[in-house]
Design a protein around this ligand. Structure first.
Ligand code: PEP
Ligand code: MG
Length: 561
């Protein structure tokens, strides 16, 4: 297959003063987007002024300048008539305005400084925009990229993507999760692949071993095709077992559910025998396009999902977990530490209209089937209490207006922040279930960015500290008689599933692509052995020791299969 190379650039405007005909629209769009981002950040600051009139006045004036139609059309005219790129056009227009005001002589200097300040902010919002050539992908190719954001991937036609090869990244990054859900092979940490491959060259990917061949010879291509046929055949055989229950040899039933990112992924989940949706990452609805979803539209999506799974099990809807690498167009904001920042329920509790719309849609859909609701990134009881009381307020509104919903709907929280796991005894008295997000729990506990390949050697879900948190959470859930599931990637990792089950997790939610293998594995092992494994694992003092324990256990299972 041919390669399509993707490079992201943070353009330095002085290097590319003019653009081609086909880029004029993109440049205008880039300018408008930057205006919106700055406008939003000012609006946010205004909310935080607590009525201090002077501050508010300055911000209002800045907002006024930012939205001045004359100025906006000056910049856009320069883009259209001179083909200037957006930053250059902005600088040119600002220069002209400033020169004009200076010539007036009596125009206040501080107002001129304000104009320059605001133009500077738009400029930095603009030059931070990541630009890619992804829009030009028009034939089925293997994408070889420096990075890809989940939102960029969502905007592409999956039939054009043969595979994705990334210079960096990790298997629990959101782009990896999304690629798995779209059934697209994805390989990471190829270092400088995007610099070594050129668009249009012939490449072959051995996704199983993570090797990308540039200009492969005939024998290599034949070997990869052979391997692919074997894997397809193995999957076909596994599919025949998709209807069998996941039950261990000694009779313990494990529930296998799926994680989904959108309605398009339901078919694969049903085909692979998912017994429900353990995690619907609703924020993906907002990514990859300009669309926002109204209450009616969301209610329709959630209801349809609940109906399609109704005979099998429940659908667990996680409220928007925006932020981090899940960047939503128009809601993006600059932060020094986005992963630790204004995201998930923190964002939703500030943007109550967006949150209320989603909560109402979930409540309404709960009459269509078995729906559970869960909140992401909860860090402790105060945050959870605030979210629960807002949820109660929204329920009350629905009751008052006669909008029907399931009064018994289960409410849960994700356990993915270390403080939540440590305080899981406290949280367990407030919800009906926990769902453990090992992707973030690992990232935050070990302080290792889940998408950074340079430090991926530290990213280990079986780190002794993580196992202790998993055990603590499981014990607290069982002690208080609430539901417990795991929806992080660890739950679908075949070499870790026995350990997870041994730690008390009997409800696992995973990418649909992992379901078949997980079912086969569970049917071939004993629950009692998993308990022994978990007990031994908790005595291990290092990841290295844990690795040899797991290797030995998994080799025995393989031998007995
Ligand atoms: C997790 O953090 O483990 C999780 C399931 O949520 P996400 O991967 O969407 O952050
Ligand atoms: Mg998470």
């Amino acid at each position: 297959m041919r390669a399509f190379v993707v490079k992201h650039v943070k353009p330095a405007f002085s290097l590319e003063k003019t653009v081609g005909d086909d880029e004029v629209v993109i440049e205008k769009d880039r300018f408008r987007q930057a205006l919106r981002r700055v406008d939003e950040s000012i609006a946010l600051l205004m909310e935080k002024t607590d009525g201090r009139a002077e501050e508010r006045g300055i911000l209002e004036a800045q907002r006024y300048m930012l939205n001045d139609p004359d100025f906006i059309s000056q910049v856009e005219d320069l883009i259209v008539s001179h083909h200037y790129n957006a930053p250059y056009a902005l600088e040119e227009a600002t220069g002209r305005v400033v020169q004009h005001l200076n010539q007036l002589g009596d125009y206040p200097k501080e107002n001129i400084a304000d104009i320059q300040d605001i133009a500077g902010r738009v400029m930095s919002a603009m030059t931070e925009t990541r630009l890619t050539n992804l829009r030009k992908l028009d034939e089925r190719s293997i994408i070889v990229a420096d990075t890809i954001l989940p939102s960029e991937l969502m905007g592409l036609d999956p039939s054009l993507i043969g595979a994705i090869c990334l210079d960096g990244g990790g298997s629990t990054s959101h782009v990896a999760i999304l690629a798995r859900a779209m059934n697209i092979p994805c390989v990471f940490a190829l270092k400088d692949a995007s610099s070594r491959v050129v668009t249009g060259s012939v490449v072959a990917l051995d996704a199983f071993n993570g090797i990308l061949y540039i200009d492969p010879d005939v024998r290599t291509v034949a070997a990869i095709r052979r391997e692919k046929r074997l894997l397809d055949e193995e999957e076909r055989l596994l599919k025949e077992d998709a209807v069998l229950p996941a039950i261990t040899k000694d009779g313990v039933r494990i529930r296998l559910e799926c994680n989904i990112e959108g309605p398009d992924h339901i078919d694969l989940c049903l085909k692979n025998g998912a017994e429900g949706v353990g995690l619907f990452r609703t924020e993906f609805l907002l990514m990859g396009g300009d669309k926002t979803y109204s209450e009616d539209e969301q209610a329709a999506i959630y209801s349809d999902m609940a109906r399609r799974f109704n005979r099998r099990g429940s659908v667990t809807i996680r409220t928007y977990d925006v932020g981090g690498d899940k960047i939503i167009k128009d809601l993006a904001h600059d932060e020094d530490n986005p992963v630790l920042g204004w995201r998930a329920v923190r964002f939703c509790m500030d943007e109550k209209d967006i949150f209320r719309t989603q909560l109402r849609a979930i409540l309404r859909a709960s009459t269509a089937g078995r729906i559970r609701i869960m909140f992401p990134m909860i860090s402790g009881a105060d945050e959870l209490d605030d979210v629960l009381s807002f949820f109660e307020e929204v329920k009350q509104e629905c009751r008052a207006e006669g909008t029907a919903f399931d009064e018994e709907m289960e409410v849960g929280t994700m356990i993915e922040v270390p403080s939540a796991a440590i305080a899981s005894d406290i949280l367990s008295t407030r919800v009906n279930f926990f769902s453990v997000g090992t992707n973030d729990l690992t990232q935050y506990t070990i302080a290792v960015d889940r998408g950074n390949e340079k430090i991926s050697y530290l990213y280990k879900e079986y780190h002794p500290a993580i196992l202790r948190l998993l055990k603590l959470t499981s014990e607290n859930a069982h002690r208080n008689g609430i539901g417990l599931s795991m929806c992080g990637e660890m739950a679908g990792n075949l070499s870790l599933i026995p350990l997870v089950i041994g730690l008390g997790y009997r409800q696992l939610s995973m990418s649909p692509a992992c379901l078949l293998g997980a079912r086969k594995l569970i049917r071939s092992m004993n629950y009692s052995d998993c308990k022994v494994l978990a007990k031994k694992a908790l005595d291990m003092t290092s990841c290295r020791a844990m690795e040899s324990l797991l290797e030995k256990f998994n080799a025995e299972i393989r031998d007995n299969q």
